[in-house]
Ligand binder design. Structure first.
Ligand SMILES: NC(=O)c1ccc[n+]([C@@H]2O[C@H](COP(=O)([O-])OP(=O)(O)OC[C@H]3O[C@@H](n4cnc5c(N)ncnc54)[C@H](OP(=O)(O)O)[C@@H]3O)[C@@H](O)[C@H]2O)c1
Length: 324
């Protein structure tokens, strides 16, 4: 089969598209014929050896997958060969076939096409876990989303509205913010041209926001934390800007605010039942037409490097998909 291979840690251009050996499922594994793989920012980090875990070289990147069951390992009874599925793997999905752990492989809802299914789990799974389980976002509260037109950011805007919050979307271009408005944002901040901290104050009549969702890091984190309301929650989701901010700890003290970490992959692994309940809620909302994943572009497998470059160059709104 053909696969995208990372043979040495480096930028997207260093990835290789080549023939590799076919795979055989072990117990509790599902062999999936890949139809689509959704790209996520962590894919750009894992190939550079900059992510939380480093797979042994060479490896195939790609995590969000949708496809058709080709073969079942021993002990898998909830799926059958030929069934359309979607799932999540630590890496391996940018290929014609992937082995998915059976507890991370779900029947694909019939109303979702393959690209939509491949765009879904990480973006919505992360943002729902962040807002509900970690941020305890309540109806009527104000939510600020940084990097609001990105994969997890746009999902947070949509979910924040669905959970009854007033949503302020912050991003770097007016074009990106226009999309956030379409996804329900009540207010917008262009943090490339407007001062983040003072605009948050203006938009909240001096009170500040109850919850900050931060997948960006860098200089924006400090300004956003200074715009948090009393008893606010600051959700640390990621550092797409590259710098891991050093936060002055007097800021949470003064506001009795909380800085809360979010790591959906670890949550899904350690709490599969709770993650399954969240996934069922998200799939129900999608079936009811309440969630509409935004697909920016669809690339061929051979062009994966170009797609990942587009992501690192900050050009993507919503999700990028690789079709196989
Ligand atoms: N904690 C978790 O469980 C979890 C799960 C999934 C993802 N993440 C993290 O969340 C972050 C976003 O992931 P994603 O898949 O949503 O990525 P994405 O679609 O590329 O979105 C990232 C956003 O960050 C902003 N950004 C600011 N500086 C950037 C830079 N130098 N390069 C790229 N983007 C920059 C961009 O918006 P503007 O141009 O508007 O600033 C972009 O829309 C990543 O750090 C990822 O590792 C964490």
């Amino acid at each position: 089969m053909k696969a995208i291979r990372c043979k040495a840690y480096g930028p997207p251009a260093s990835l290789v598209f080549e023939e590799v050996e076919n795979l055989t499922p072990k117990a509790k594994e599902v062999l999936v014929e890949v139809k689509a793989c959704g790209l996520n920012f962590p894919d750009t980090l894992i190939i550079q050896g900059l992510y939380q875990f480093k797979p042994d070289l060479p490896f195939t990147p790609g995590s969000d997958v949708a496809g058709i069951v080709k073969e079942l390992g021993e002990g898998v009874s909830h799926l059958k060969v030929g069934q359309e599925v979607f799932g999540f793997v630590p890496h391996g999905a940018l290929a014609e076939e992937v082995l998915v752990p059976s507890n991370a492989c779900f029947p694909k809802p019939p109303q979702m096409d393959f690209p939509t299914a491949a765009s879904f789990l990480m973006a919505y799974g992360t943002s729902y876990h962040a807002l509900k389980d970690r941020g305890r976002l309540a109806e009527g509260e104000t939510l600020l989303v940084l990097g609001a037109s990105g994969g997890v950011g746009l999902a947070a805007v949509e979910l924040g509205k669905l959970m009854g919050a007033k949503v302020i979307a912050a991003a770097s271009t007016d074009d990106k913010l226009a999309l956030c408005k379409e996804y329900g944002a009540d207010e917008t901040i262009n943090y490339a041209t407007q001062d983040l901290k003072s605009t948050i104050k203006e938009l909240t009549e001096g009170k500040g926001v109850d919850v900050v969702y931060d997948p960006v890091g860098g200089a924006y984190s400090d300004a956003a934390l200074r715009g948090v309301a009393r008893n606010g929650r600051f959700l640390v989701v990621g550092f797409a800007a590259g710098d891991i901010p050093k936060i002055p700890l007097n800021l949470p003290l003064l506001k009795e605010a909380s800085i809360v970490g979010v790591f959906w992959g670890a949550f899904a692994m350690k709490n599969p039942k709770a993650n399954m309940e969240n996934t069922m809620t998200l799939m129900k909302w999608h079936a009811e037409g309440k969630l509409k994943p935004h697909i920016h572009a669809i690339y061929d497998l051979a062009d994966t490097s170009k797609a990942l470059e587009e992501m690192t160059n900050r050009k993507v709104k919503g999700k990028l998909i690789v079709k196989v």
